[in-house]
Design a protein around this ligand. Sequence first.
Ligand code: ADP
Length: 444
Amino acid sequence: MIGRILIGQLLTLLAFQGVFSAVSVALFWPDHTGMAALGGIVLATVLWRVVEMWRAMKVLRWLRDGGRGIAPERIGVWGEVGDRVRRLVREHERALEQSDGRLQDFLAAMQASPSGVVLLDAQGRIEWLNHTAAAHFGLHAQRDLLQYVLNLVRDPQFAEYMAAKDFSHDVLIPGKSSSASVPVRLSVQMHPYGDGRSLLLSRDVTALEQAEAMRRDFVANVSHEIRTPLTVLAGFVETLQSLPLAPTEQQHYLSLMEQQAQRMQTLVSDLLELSRLEGSPLPSMQQWVDLDPLLQNCAADADGLGRVLWGQAHVLSLDTTGVALAGHATELHSAIYNLVSNAVRYTPADKAIRILWQWFDDGSAALSVQDEGPGIPAEHLPRLTERFYRVDRSRSREAGGTGLGLAIVKHVAQRHGLELRIRSVVGQGSVFTLVFPATRLRRL
Ligand code: ADP
């Protein structure tokens, strides 16, 4: 291609020179043919150069402006130069567009990351950060660019971590939005890369930490709950072994031991029930449980419990519902019996207990267990369904409570889409209500 152009250029130049020398010979010096021909050739060459330089200037000016748009020369060497430059510029622009696209994709991926990402230069200045990091550290994604991260994340533990330069582990610091009522804990770790640059990753570990604290509390609570009856049991065993007791005294101790063993048994079965509720699939909507027999069963058990605890059964009134509930029979029985047995355990036997059924206009309905017991002070109500939460520890123990009953009720309610409402007035009594959505109810 280039060879052809050069030959073309050469031939054109030769043609020019030929024409000029012929014209020069014919017009000016027919007598000095040699001189005239040479003069024509020189003139043609000079003119040729001037024209070529002028064309070169145009191409150079076009290049200086970025080589965009139509090339100023179409033919000859300069046309070819312009054409090739334009092709190169276009390829370069395409490559730039592609790498910019890749960079944007990469940044969008980092933006979508659930972790906070901050890119730092070798001096520890912020080069880029995603929205999550901005929220974690209280930074501004644009305004804080090129600021030193240590000037903006002002936490003593973070400063210590950065100074120690041991980035093999993370450091835990409070998030920017952390407060006493809503604590936020961040796990922050530096990952050095390239020529002194670093990637600062932050993760919100508040939920993890809370779960871990809950697990620790739970284990401590369970150990405590089991240790108490075990200690009592061990004491009685020792007494029986070491003291020469009369048969009636022995019987007395054995019945006390039975109570403690019973207490541990109840605790273990409540714990197993909770863990089953947490681990099993949600109850189906296809299984229907007749509510009236279930309530009668609970009432009969409550009767027996009342006799054991108070020496006599409560006056217990029971509405007839005439409905079936969609859900898991054992779970529903457990939730309702926990409410009824709480009423029995905390209400003196001369007071009334009612199990009430109420329909609402939207087709939903409520099952309430109402007692005339001591009632619960308002400040305890929000925490009643926490595991092992008790208003009065000793009264709960005396009544054979594990502190897990309402936690079980809450779980069953959540799994069945029911709402648990608690109303209580100290000195007047309490009402625990389960509200069933219309979709879980069928009239029989
Ligand atoms: P427990 O096994 O101790 O009864 P629950 O989870 O069933 O545990 O109840 C938590 C606490 O709520 C009880 O310790 C008790 O203080 C209080 N409580 C529950 N039901 C009643 C009620 N009907 N009347 C008064 N207090 C109640």
